[in-house]
Write a protein that binds this ligand. Structure first.
Ligand SMILES: [Zn+2]
Length: 319
């Protein structure tokens, strides 16, 4: 099955005006209300090719949003990769040396190992350590419905349920190698109230993803309670207003290709629900892969080829 190519409908905004910022960290700007409240941070371009988050932050900057309490911080995370974004070859700018969303393990952050992304992570880490509530904005390789990902602690599930946008909340580790920002130790600690969530806004360059990114940021800020609710109401899109109650799903497992000859049974885009356990969903070399349980949701299919590639996550409805 050949990889599909996708039109680039979104325009990557010029983020150069945000380079200087005011935190001493390039591309990070904080607004302090001077009133007690949480430190809330919204991240864009953790992956440099996922431009919808940059559009949401650029919009919020241009609207002049300021917090009514607490501190509000906007960060363009992997600006080094984003600087290489080219609409003619939009996949190429995901990262420079390695996936920024896998480096959040202490023994790598504390080591003297050197990659462009580790250097940036070390720059951001003292700031991240002060953040109470973080939204990390991403997008997807296919025309999947958007989804919120929470690592799975009760505090995260509860917060995600209150954000209630987009309409699917996916809980669980996804069994990846390394750690995502949302799993970085200070967040992944049941003993504090810090919460980090990751939103996948839809296909990387689809027009709808820009709208979903902004709507999700606004719903997140509503629950964080750091912005005038009138601002949020005024800037939610028609689709973002009064969303239905979001579905909650548990990530029950993941499928990684064992061979270079991995083929899905159908051209899945993600979020398909397969009714019957035992239904073939892929062929990996000579092995047939089947759904492990009834009503199995197929999350984030990847059409990247090669043994060792994460191909799919499997999920079960929990609420
Ligand atoms: Zn991403």
């Amino acid at each position: 099955m050949a990889a599909q190519s996708y039109p680039v409908e979104l325009t990557a905004p010029d983020i150069e005006p945000y380079r200087k910022g005011n935190t001493g960290i390039e591309f990070v700007t904080s607004f302090d209300s001077g009133k007690p409240g949480p430190h809330v941070m919204i991240n864009a371009i953790t992956h440099g090719n996922e431009i919808c988050g940059a559009i949401a932050l650029d919009t919020l900057f241009k609207l002049g949003l300021r917090p009514s309490r607490g501190i509000l911080t906007f960060g363009f995370i992997n600006h080094m990769a984003y600087a290489r974004f080219d609409a003619a070859n939009p996949d190429a700018s995901r990262f420079v040396d390695e996936d920024f969303n896998r480096v959040w393990v202490e023994n790598r952050l504390d080591s003297d190992e050197d990659t462009v992304e580790l250097r940036r992570a070390r720059e951001l880490r003292p700031l991240f350590d002060t953040v109470d509530l973080m939204l990390d904005i991403h997008s997807l390789g296919t025309y999947s419905k958007p989804l919120m990902i929470c690592h799975g602690l009760k505090k995260e599930r509860d917060f995600a349920a209150k954000v209630n946008f987009p309409a699917h909340i996916m809980c669980g580790s996804g069994h990846i190698v390394g750690k995502r920002i949302i799993e970085y130790t200070p967040f992944n600690d049941a003993a504090n109230d810090k919460v980090a969530l990751l939103v996948e806004c839809g296909q990387h360059w689809a027009a709808s993803s820009g709208r979903v990114a902004l709507d999700t940021a606004l719903h997140f800020l509503r629950v964080a309670d750091v912005v005038d609710p009138a601002f949020i109401d005024a800037h939610l899109s028609a689709e973002g207003k009064n969303p239905p109650k979001a579905e909650m799903w548990e990530v029950t497992g993941g499928i990684t290709a064992k061979t270079d000859d991995f083929r899905f049974a159908e051209q899945y885009i993600g979020m398909e629900v397969i009714a019957k356990a035992g239904t073939p969903i892929a062929q990996d070399g000579g092995e047939t892969i089947v759904t492990p349980h009834d009503d199995c949701l197929l999350m984030m299919p990847s059409y990247k080829q090669g043994a060792g590639t994460r191909k799919l996550r499997l999920c079960k409805r929990i609420g």
